[in-house]
Design a protein around this ligand. Structure first.
Ligand code: SF4
Ligand code: FES
Length: 249
């Protein structure tokens, strides 16, 4: 017989007039190999069909099941209940808009981020439908593959003190996004053009270096290393501005 778990869940549905935020305890028996996602699903199926939380893949791929588990942002589908005490709390990620209970709207936040970071290849080359694909060096592919692992779960954003107090901060995931294009040889933007996008306090200079993003990314992306790379490039680009803020090159 497994442990008796008590999961203290945040409950609040902003769409129900008069509903108040509160914690609600659910008890269930732990079984071998149980993830928090399985436990929450069991609660929803057997005890309380009104409990709201998100999931799609159940395999740490879609990023939709991130929540605060005993205060730490984690993926519910990747978190074994065996690593948790028999009583623990689950709460929605901060920073993102609450949909209800444990479900938040990361989609709108990440959509805005892609637009702000101009997260697409910028090139003046004319697209030729008949051209053969240009082969990329394996080493370059591998370097780009690393930041591309981001599943947009929001754990790094929720864990970030700057993102929690400054709603316009682009976050480690945003800087990682810019890094991905900076190292892509197909992107023809100059460092000065990137500087226009993130060379400010809401971008690469807003990070205060507490490194929670790096500790909590479920895909182990080296976020601080990528931030350091972008920051060096942006500092160099910033030094090329004259005192009137006009680009000198
Ligand atoms: Fe999640 Fe890591 Fe992407 Fe942040 S960088 S959104 S923690 S996968
Ligand atoms: Fe997709 Fe957890 S359900 S990451």
């Amino acid at each position: 017989m497994g442990r008796q778990l008590t999961i203290s869940c945040f409950r609040y549905n902003p769409n129900i007039p008069g509903d108040k935020p509160r914690m609600q305890d659910y008890k269930l028996e732990e079984h071998e190999g149980m993830t928090l996602f399985v436990a929450l699903n069991e609660i929803r199926e057997k005890q309380d069909p009104t409990l709201m939380f998100d999931f799609v893949c159940r395999a740490a791929i879609c990023g939709s099941c991130a929540m605060l588990i005993n205060g730490r942002p984690r993926l519910a589908c990747k978190t074994m209940t065996s690593i948790l005490p028999s009583r623990f709390t689950v709460m929605p990620l901060p920073v993102f808009k609450l949909i209800g209970d444990l479900a938040v709207d990361t989609g709108t936040w990440f959509r805005d981020l892609q637009v702000r970071a101009e997260a697409w290849i910028h090139t003046n080359k004319k697209f030729d439908f008949n051209a053969l694909e240009v082969r990329m060096e394996n080493k370059t592919c591998e370097e780009i593959y690393d930041p591309e692992q981001c599943i947009e779960c929001g754990c790094c954003v929720a864990a970030c003190i700057t993102a929690n107090i400054r709603p316009d901060f682009i976050g480690a995931t945003g800087i990682n996004r810019v890094y991905r294009f900076l190292i892509d040889p197909r992107d023809e933007r100059s460092n000065a053009e990137y500087y226009d996008v993130i060379g400010n306090e809401d971008g690469t200079f807003g990070c205060v270096g507490l490194m929670a993003c790096d500790d909590l990314c479920p895909k182990d992306i080296p976020l601080q290393q990528n931030l350091a790379y972008v920051r060096r490039k942006m500092a160099a680009a910033g030094l090329k501005l004259d005192f009137k803020g006009v680009k000198t090159s």
